[in-house]
Design a binder for this molecule. Structure first.
Ligand code: DP6
Length: 320
């Protein structure tokens, strides 16, 4: 039996669009912060059974999630592998909108490769995790992490790499709405790729934003990073909104939170925000600013709908 733990991450430069769905290859690079307060633990136990089994937070699954996990384990052990019982447990609400697939597939890549005796280095593990979910590549590592795209002899690969940073940021997550998203990231980004007239512009924006964000982190320039983070999130949503029919992830409270955070930043507080494929808002700020940030978010949603997190470490094997 193998057990691994991984943290979710929040993207400052978003992954929104694939180059190859078969290999789950992103069309552009991305950058995120691993979130230490939340985690998923994945346990993989090879069973003598004829089918795989999946239990998520105590509930047995026999739907498309089991199929996704089985296909993922095939990437590790081959299609004739021993069947497995996978148990996944999270300490954060799925409703937090923190791409729960990121922590889940990062932990599963690590536990699965240990269970099947497959020896992979961190880069290979991040590539494997990416095959499960693009954002999961980034959860293999801690702190600020980029997905780098490299082409060797015409073969394109995308893997995670840690980014040097003079800034240490914490996250405050404002949970606008719980439950399943109306349109998940995988389908949302594919619909956007196929129908948004802004999509190629979005992809070139990402290339510029990646460069600017990495420079800002390296030099400790919070204002520059904040401009990129906020601009990139809004550009991703503009791309999605321009799809036909348009994808609208925002709720009224999303805008209320964004306006409050912008006002706070204008008043001199070092804070920026981002929004994933859902209505929740994630504020990013140095630790010393966090009380003011959470207070502003809680004034709108109530303190029980605001979660905070320090930066987190990369995925870890805890038992093998
Ligand atoms: C908006 O990683 O969930 O959170 O590769 O199809 O599983 P798949 O997509 P996923 O997409 C994440 C989209 C995002 C932005 C991001 O995390 O970069």
């Amino acid at each position: 039996m193998a057990v691994a733990v991984a943290h979710p991450n929040i993207a400052l430069v978003k992954y929104w669009g694939k180059a190859d769905s078969e290999r789950n290859l992103p069309a552009a690079e991305s950058l995120s912060l691993t979130l230490g307060a939340m985690f998923t633990q994945a346990q993989v136990e090879l069973s003598g059974g004829s089918t795989d089994a999946l239990v998520i937070n105590g509930v047995s699954r026999s739907d498309k999630e089991l199929l996704r996990v089985s296909r993922f384990l095939d990437l590790i052990g081959g299609s004739n592998r021993a069947r497995a019982r996978v148990t996944s447990t999270t300490n954060f609400p799925m409703s937090a909108g923190l791409a729960s697939s990121a922590a889940a597939f990062a932990a599963l890549a690590l536990a699965g490769s240990a269970a099947y005796g497959s020896k992979l280095d961190r880069r290979e593990l991040s590539i494997l995790a990416r095959r499960g979910s693009g954002s999961a590549a980034r959860s293999m590592l801690g702190g600020f992490v980029r997905v780098r795209i490299e082409s060797v002899d015409g073969y394109v690969e995308a893997f995670a790499e840690q980014v040097e940073s003079k800034l240490e940021l914490h996250a405050a997550i404002a949970i606008v709405k719980g439950g399943e998203k109306e349109l998940g990231s995988t389908d949302g980004m594919e619909h956007t790729r196929q129908t948004s007239p802004y999509h190629s512009q979005w992809l070139s924006t990402v290339t510029k934003d990646m460069k600017a964000a990495i420079v800002a982190l390296g030099s400790g320039d919070f204002e520059a990073l904040a401009d990129v983070t906020e601009g990139n999130a809004l550009a991703m949503h503009a791309d999605a909104m321009a799809a036909r029919p348009g994808i609208l992830y925002f709720e009224p409270e999303t805008l209320e939170l964004v306006r409050a955070l912008r006002a706070l930043r204008k008043s001199g507080v070092l804070v920026t925000f981002t929004i994933d494929a859902g209505p929740n808002v994630v504020a990013l700020a140095p630790a010393r600013e966090l009380p003011k940030v959470t207070e502003a978010l809680a004034a709108i949603l109530g303190s029980d709908r605001v979660l905070t997190s320090p930066p987190g470490e990369g995925a870890k094997l805890v038992e093998s």
